[in-house]
Design a protein around this ligand. Structure first.
Ligand code: PLP
Length: 389
């Protein structure tokens, strides 16, 4: 997406709402819309739209429609998955260990840590220098006391893809009663989730990472996963998430996923080629720059994470933004200020290098012109900052 002023390379943070999705959402309001729980025609229409959207989300995930719970986004899905399954298990068994990988998004990490307050034991699973989960550490941590194992399908900062099928197999072998939750928010635009989530019990999605609206998401919950709700009320979503459903949001999520499913086979290799051209150009033009994730590791097609020495990340991002190139540090706290990245720390990256690490993320709308512009702007901005350092 290039406009006169903006080269947007921050798709992992949020994606532009696709016009087709906006049109599908606007169409919902073209006729009276009731509450999906009602009995009159506008309510019946709402229910039909909601259930059609659920069918599409389920098909995207390779799950049954009854497994899909609509939520307000990736954060709520993660909270519901981790806290909901952990609490249900604790009630049943009176003892629970919650495991999560050291590179989880804060939505997952903080949900896992929050279970400690309810008396559960919480353990972080280490990753290696590539950002990959350490299979031996996972095996050692698994026991019959484990109730939830949270490992993301792909990381939001580095784009590193985890071998979910192996994770699920290890859990089934050593902790057969434990539930596997995978945060597939970042993987959704790029990978076939049915394939790469490896049969995980719970899978989360967020609409605004796939060209859909902010404030809508979903959690797939397998029938064998007992889940204590986090939100109480009218018992919507089969008692798993109370509250009047956001029909417009659900229609938007389904429309976005429909586009992704149709376009991904062509978009993924095209964007990966653009990303590789961007990487090669930047590495050649910026002295000492290197890719944070070593070659040979599976990374999402849109992700490029670079370590640049001699620059301060926030200064660099502001300077790039002033030149119309939108990138990010990959990790921001609620105030919007950049914090030290727990993901890079878990990978053992030296703090000096992590301080100058940036994330450029391409999306379905990224063009050759975007890459040309970034190649023209980023090296000269880095050079200018280094001169004044
Ligand atoms: N999980 C991952 C991997 C993410 O990248 C994000 C968003 O940054 C979330 C969860 C949270 O999703 P949402 O913004 O829909 O709450």
């Amino acid at each position: 997406m290039t406009t006169a002023a903006t080269t947007y390379l921050d798709h992992a943070a949020t994606t532009p709402l696709r016009p087709e999705v906006a049109a599908a959402m606007a169409e919902v309001h073209s006729a009276p819309l009731g509450n999906p729980t009602g009995s009159h025609p506008p309510a019946q229409r709402a229910r039909r739209l909601l259930e059609e959207a659920r069918d599409e989300v389920a098909a995207f995930l390779g799950r049954d429609p009854g497994d899909v719970v609509f939520t307000s986004g990736g954060t709520e899905s993660a909270n519901l998955a981790v806290l909901g399954t952990a609490e249900a298990a604790l009630r049943e068994r009176g003892d629970a260990v919650v495991l999560y990988s050291a590179v989880e998004h804060p939505a997952v990490r903080e949900s896992a840590r929050a279970t400690a307050a309810a008396g559960m034991e919480v353990r972080e699973l280490p990753v290696d220098g590539r950002g990959m989960l350490d299979p031996d550490a996972l095996a050692r941590a698994l026991s019959s006391r484990a109730v939830v194992v949270a490992v993301m399908t792909a990381n939001n900062e580095t784009g590193v893809v985890q071998p979910m099928a192996e994770v699920v197999q290890a859990v089934r072998r050593r902790a057969p009663r434990a539930m596997v939750f995978t945060d597939a928010v970042q993987a959704a635009p790029w990978l076939d989730l049915d394939e790469v989530t490896g049969g995980a019990d719970l899978v989360s999605l967020s609409a605004h990472k796939v060209g859909g609206p902010v404030g809508t998401g979903a959690l797939a919950v397998s029938p064998q996963a007992a889940l204590t709700p986090r939100q109480f009320g009218g018992g919507q979503e089969r008692e798993r998430r109370s509250g009047t459903q956001d029909v417009v949001g659900a229609v938007g999520l389904a429309a976005a996923l429909r586009l992704v499913a149709a376009e991904r086979p062509a978009a993924a290799p095209r964007v990966a080629a653009l990303r590789d051209r961007l990487a090669e150009g930047l590495l050649a033009a910026i002295e000492g720059a290197h890719r944070t994730v070593p070659a040979g590791v599976a990374v999402l097609p849109g992700h490029l994470h670079l370590c640049l020495s001699g620059v301060e990340r926030e200064e660099l991002l502001v300077a790039l933004g002033a030149e119309g190139v939108c990138a990010s540090g990959g990790s921001s706290c609620a105030s919007g200020a950049l914090e030290a990245s727990p993901v890079l720390a878990a990978m053992g990256l030296a703090p000096g290098l992590a301080a100058g690490a940036i994330r450029l993320t391409l999306g379905y709308g990224t063009t050759d012109a975007d890459v040309d512009r970034a190649l023209a702007v980023v090296p000269s901005v880095v050079a200018a900052l280094r001169r004044t350092a």
